[in-house]
Design a protein around this ligand. Structure first.
Ligand code: NAP
Length: 415
């Protein structure tokens, strides 16, 4: 619970997750922070918590439980402690290592940045992870959405998203243009705005390392490095090179590159190896539509990752059902990928699927796979019964319209 200063008090029987020597230790009653979020946040959070608790109870009885601990952020924090993101919230997430959040309003004006971006930077959550898998029965714009089963690892801290930019006409832009034109011999129009795209060895390698580790642990067949290195050699191209370097130097026995596959193995992936390949971003957008079953894990830079995550989400039926997490080393924040949909706030109307499926990712992160799978199956069963919220109901013939809370209850019934 949070009190009036925003400080955080976990339930007395909750235990903190530990991270020692690169390994997580998960107690039977881990403290997990939650931010219910703004707008539709409280509605989808209520349904999510109900489903997750019921699944844990159904799978483990009293052996496991989550010690839910509220931490404040967004409008609720602003109205109760007059801050958008209290320090106590950041400290609690850092200490307890895991959280789940509903969407947060991005405050307009007043120099306040997106709270999501702030959280990612303050906690160094460098990988944005988005699993994209089709759920039978969800209306989709393509003929074979069931061929999509991918997990995107998007770099979260650099690229043109680092926020290093100068407005056209500003002193910064003028000075940079002068320097680039006069000292480095470039030809940039003087009426340009300037944005900088940093891509580092550190940022690229740790992202690709996480993707490779995931693919190996989960028995996935391939990791594809997606980049635009044919045009941006020293940023996007370097990302690809550093990615292959990590595969070669740190996972040499567990991976094989596409080149070695054909040069040395006649095109057959040796048992137990993950295939590492790369694709140029524009070609990749075609590939995910035309041959989605050839791709499993994608590791990519920030901007490419932003585009491809949403494109793939659309392919399997939209953002309302797409889960996500932002993860660092031994720390993770799971979140709905859509916004606060303010026009539906408090109406018990919207689809809680994105946050519930983010909860499934949380259960897997805790190592509680049985409960995670139970929730997935129950969601599939509920959708197969055509008992859905308005967003799906309006596209499905013969469906029964449910409220957010009723959809949550239907999932619990199907557990
Ligand atoms: P939005 O909140 O995602 O809503 C856009 C539309 O998407 C809604 O009107 C609704 O479509 C549909 N939608 C979103 N969530 C849904 C759900 N759970 N179930 C069914 N339909 C859903 O986008 P926005 O209006 O651009 O953004 C509103 C606020 O959210 C802004 O302050 C923005 O900064 C913030 N935001 C936060 C996050 C985050 O915290 N991660 C992410 C994105 C945006 P219909 O109207 O067609 O029904």
């Amino acid at each position: 619970m949070s009190n009036k200063t925003g400080s955080v008090t976990p339930p007395a029987d909750g235990q903190a997750i530990r991270f020692d020597d690169g390994k997580l230790s998960i107690p039977n009653r881990p403290i997990v922070c939650f931010i219910e979020g703004d707008g539709i946040g409280p509605d989808i959070w209520r349904a999510t918590r109900q489903v997750l608790d019921a699944a844990i109870d159904a799978c483990y009885g009293s052996d496991h439980a989550i010690a839910w601990t509220e931490v404040l952020a967004g409008e609720k924090a602003k109205s109760s402690v007059d801050e958008w993101l209290p320090q106590a919230t950041v400290d609690a997430l850092r200490k307890f290592r895991v959280g789940i959040k509903g969407p947060l309003t991005t405050p307009v004006g007043g120099g306040i940045r997106s709270l999501n971006v702030s959280l990612r930077q303050m906690l160094d959550l460098y990988a944005c992870i988005r699993p994209v898998r089709y759920i039978e029965g969800v209306p989709s714009p393509v003929r074979h959405p069931e061929k999509v089963d991918m997990v995107i690892f998007r770099e979260n801290t650099e690229d043109v998203y680092a926020g290093i930019e100068w407005e056209e006409g500003s002193r910064g832009a003028e000075e940079l243009i002068k320097f680039l034109n006069n000292s480095l011999g470039k030809r940039i129009r003087t009426d340009s705005g300037i944005g900088i795209k940093p891509i580092s060895v550190t940022g690229s390698k740790r992202l690709v390392r996480k993707a490779l580790r995931y693919a190996i642990d989960q028995g996935r067949k391939s990791v594809t490095l997606v980049h635009k290195g044919n045009i941006m050699k020293y940023t996007e191209g370097a990302f690809k090179e550093w990615g292959y370097q990590v595969a070669r130097e740190e996972f040499g026995d567990e991976t094989i590159t596409e080149q070695a596959l054909w040069d040395e193995q006649g095109g057959n992936v040796p048992e137990g190896r993950v295939l590492v390949k790369d694709r140029i971003a524009d070609a990749m957008f075609q590939q995910v539509l035309l041959r989605p079953d050839e791709y499993e894990v994608i590791a990519t830079t920030n901007l490419n990752g932003d585009y491809i995550s949403d494109a793939l989400a659309a392919q399997i039926g939209g953002l309302g059902m797409a889960p996500g997490s932002n993860e660092g080393d031994g720390i993770a924040l799971f979140e709905a990928t859509h916004g606060t949909a303010p026009k539906y706030a408090g109406q018990d109307k919207v689809n809680p699927g994105s946050l519930i499926l983010s909860g499934v990712m949380l259960l897997r992160w805790l190592g509680w796979d049985e409960a995670a799978t139970a929730v997935e199956r129950a969601i599939e069963a509920t959708i197969a019964q055509k008992r859905v919220t308005y967003d799906l109901e309006r596209q499905m013939e013969g469906a029964t319209l449910l409220k957010t809370s009723e959809f949550g209850a239907a999932i619990v019934e199907n557990l």
